[in-house]
Structure formats: structure tokens, C-alpha cells
Design a binder for this molecule. Structure first.
Ligand code: BTN
Length: 330
């Protein structure tokens, strides 16, 4: 059942920028105006600022800058299916929490969102810096019932879909660094980490983790990251509406997932990847275990493997590894 705070919020959003009278809200909720005032106090405690004008009522002056689950849910209302969102102010890792929720048999799909992570996980056992609260830490959880072999393009497809969304939402030209990094002008602003549990011949469950630096100020980054990382607000030069962006991302990931499972993603995958591929035609070095290969990146194949041509040989395919761009001095 929707909480009184959610009902008040939806009413104010639907009428914005008009005012909504206390009497209208009280009637809608079946409560007294004093009770409405108290519920608005709870929203204020979450960071909402309201304008209250005698004989007119209330309207939202400023929504919270931090991630707010009620606001994200309110922005997700146009969706056909409701979204099961689990919001936590502080957690070790949203991917770890997703696994605990799966172990407790929470029905899928669901999304875990956090304001901060104390042990955000990155690839290769690295830590994902997660000081929040202006950034996005999210895990999307599905039970795809697909053969494991079908998953080779999953993270790439998600990355291409998210890059397209960020391009439109922020009006910037981001790029993808195979296989899981989101970049803008040579700096990373986002990373993806897909973790799956596999039964004999089927994916049992899948956790798609996404970390995006959205509004974190440049000086909040640890020195080791400061020269390589950026945030979307630094890219656009203005604060980014984290709650609207989060709702748009949830919608994007859910629909990209459906297209992936149906197989219809194949119609657009190659074009979308090529539009945002940062590596194609660039000199790169790939590290994979003890192997190191340097050459020119030539895009990806149908399985999502990276193609690298060294010397005059045929391109070699790599399904995993870490790529660095070879910077040529001017
Ligand atoms: C990488 O670039 O190495 C991947 C980083 C993925 C970080 C996100 S933040 C939300 C989710 N929870 C985690 O613990 N990790 C992912």
C-alpha cells in the first residue's frame, strides 16, 4: 500500500508548478490537515523543501539532491509494471546485498539502491569508491533462465544501452571502453559488474551492478583516482538530477534486459556498440592473465569478444582481459 508521503509527493508532482491545497491533500488521504502537515514534515526530514502559501497550499520548492526512493518510485509511475526497489542508506555492496536477498528468496526482478557503499566491488577484486551520496550505486537482479553461453554480450549490451541513455539525458557524447567502463573525454565516470550463478546448463540468477559518478565533486575522489575519474556533473558543468536519472536508468535496464532475453537486442546491438566504442582503430594493450597483447582494436565480434590485430596478422579474439589505450605522443 502506498504511504501517505508517497501519495502527497505524487499529488504535488502531478500538479507542479501549481499549488495543491492542504484541504485537497487531506481529502485525498482521508486525514486531517494537521496529519497532512505531519506527513509533510517526514518528507522535509528526507530533504524535500516545500513552498507553503496561505490560501494556495503547497508545492515543491526543491527535491532532495541525494537519492530518494519515494521520488524514484514517483518518476517510475508511467511504467506498466511496478518496480520492486530496495533502498538502503548504507551498505557494504549493493551486489552483496542482492545476493543476500536472493538467498532469502526475494522474487525477481528487483533493484537494490544505496546512498553509500563501504565495500563497493569492482572488477578484478578492486574496490569501487562509493562515498556518495550524490552518486549512483545500483544492482539489478534477474533470473533469466538462459544458457550461460548466451551471456557473453550481456554487459556490453547493457553498457551500450546505458551510454545511449546518458548521451540523451546529459547531452554529452560518452564512450564505452570494452568491456565494462563508461568514459567521457578520457576519464571514467561509470563501471559495470555482472555476477551470475550458474546451474548445470542455465543461469540461475544474475546481478548487474552499476556504479555511476553523478554529482560527486572532483575533490571528493581519492588522489589515486582524481586524474582518471570524472562525474557526470563535471562533464555537463551543472548538477545532474540524480533521482530522475536513476528512474530513467531503471527503465532503461529493465527494457534492455527484456530485449536481451527475447533476442531482439541483436537488431541494434552492433550499431549501438559501434556508436560509442572508444577503442576501435586505437592502439591498445590487453592484459589477460600472463598474456599481454598490443595491437589495433577492431571492434567486437558477435560473441562480444574484442578483436585486436597485431602487425599484419589476422585479428585475435579476446573474451576477457583488461585494456589500456596506448597514448601516442604528439
Ligand atoms: C568496475 O568498473 O570495476 C565495476 C564497478 C562496479 C561498481 C558497482 S557500484 C554498485 C554495484 N555494487 C558493487 O559492489 N559494485 C557495483
Amino acid at each position: 500500500m502506498n504511504s501517505p508521503e508517497f501519495i502527497i509527493l505524487c499529488e504535488l508532482l502531478d500538479r507542479d508548478p501549481a499549488f495543491v491545497s492542504g484541504t485537497t491533500l487531506a481529502r485525498k488521504l482521508g486525514l486531517s490537515r494537521v496529519a497532512v502537515w505531519m506527513h509533510m514534515g517526514k518528507l522535509r526530514a528526507q530533504g524535500f523543501e516545500f513552498e507553503a502559501v496561505r490560501n494556495h497550499g503547497y508545492r515543491i520548492r526543491r527535491p532532495p539532491g541525494a537519492l530518494n526512493p519515494l521520488l524514484v518510485q514517483a518518476y517510475l509511475r508511467p511504467r506498466r509494471q511496478p518496480v520492486d526497489l530496495l533502498w538502503l542508506p548504507d551498505i557494504d555492496s549493493t551486489n552483496a546485498e542482492a545476493e543476500r536477498q536472493l538467498a532469502a528468496a526475494r522474487p525477481t526482478p528487483f533493484v537494490v539502491l544505496a546512498q553509500r557503499q563501504s565495500r563497493g566491488r569492482g572488477r578484478f577484486g578492486r574496490v569501487w569508491h562509493s562515498a556518495g551520496p550524490g552518486d549512483l550505486y545500483a544492482s539489478f537482479v534477474f533470473r533469466p533462465r538462459l544458457e550461460p553461453g548466451r551471456m557473453t554480450t550481456f554487459t556490453l549490451w547493457m553498457g551500450a544501452s546505458l551510454c545511449d541513455l546518458v548521451a540523451k539525458f546529459c547531452r554529452i557524447q560518452p564512450g564505452l571502453k570494452w568491456p565494462n567502463d563508461l568514459y567521457f573525454q578520457g576519464r571514467k565516470f561509470g563501471g559495470m559488474l555482472t555476477e551470475a550463478r550458474v546451474d548445470a546448463d542455465q543461469i540461475r540468477d544474475l546481478v548487474f551492478g552499476l556504479g555511476l559518478n553523478v554529482n560527486s565533486p572532483a575533490d571528493s575522489l581519492p588522489p589515486a583516482l582524481a586524474r582518471q575519474a570524472t562525474s557526470l556533473s563535471a562533464c555537463t558543468g551543472e548538477p545532474v538530477d540524480l533521482n530522475r536519472l536513476t528512474a530513467a536508468i531503471v527503465g532503461c535496464v529493465y527494457s534492455a534486459y527484456e530485449q536481451f532475453v527475447e533476442g531482439s537486442f541483436r537488431d541494434t546491438f552492433a550499431d549501438l556498440w559501434n556508436r560509442y566504442d572508444l577503442l576501435r582503430g586505437q592502439a591498445v594493450t590487453l592484459l589477460h592473465g600472463p598474456r599481454q597483447v598490443t595491437g589495433i582494436a577492431g571492434g567486437i565480434d558477435d560473441e562480444g569478444s574484442l578483436l585486436i590485430r597485431s602487425g599484419n596478422g589476422r585479428p585475435q579474439r579476446f573474451s576477457a582481459g583488461e585494456v589500456t589505450l596506448e597514448r601516442t605522443e604528439p
